[in-house]
Design a protein around this ligand. Structure first.
Ligand SMILES: [Zn+2]
Length: 117
């Protein structure tokens, strides 16, 4: 039985109104259907990549926690504070800092001792 139903639908991709033959049609045509499919695939890829980034980030925190000496950047990551906060702590002599050439090195035990007072 061929139906003669005509349904007014809004395309989920381009938001244009179109006439569909079924109430389940999501897109106004093949072009929008394909574009929507591509968008969905792209989003999946982005999510997968974000997940990857998250994982390697947690991994790097574990690596930092295993180190005895940290760079300013690593200390920032470990404490979730800004570079500036670390610098201020150094300037106020709240945090000991060693220097190797131009690099400032922090001892993880010094950072931990901030919490022991
Ligand atoms: Zn469309």
């Amino acid at each position: 039985m061929s139906s003669n139903i005509r349904v007014n639908r809004i395309c989920q991709y381009c938001q244009k109104e179109f006439i569909a033959k079924t109430t389940k049609t999501k897109y106004c045509g093949d072009v929008c259907a394909k574009r929507a499919y591509k968008d969905r695939k792209r989003k999946e890829k982005i999510e997968a990549s974000n997940e990857q980034t998250k994982k390697s980030k947690t991994k790097s925190i574990e690596e930092i926690q295993a180190k005895d000496f940290l760079t300013i950047a690593e200390a920032c990551e470990l404490l979730s504070v800004s570079r500036w906060t670390i610098w201020r702590a150094i300037k106020r002599n709240e945090l000991n800092a060693g220097k190797i050439g131009r690099r400032v090195i922090l001892r993880r035990s010094d950072i931990e001792s901030l919490f022991m007072q």
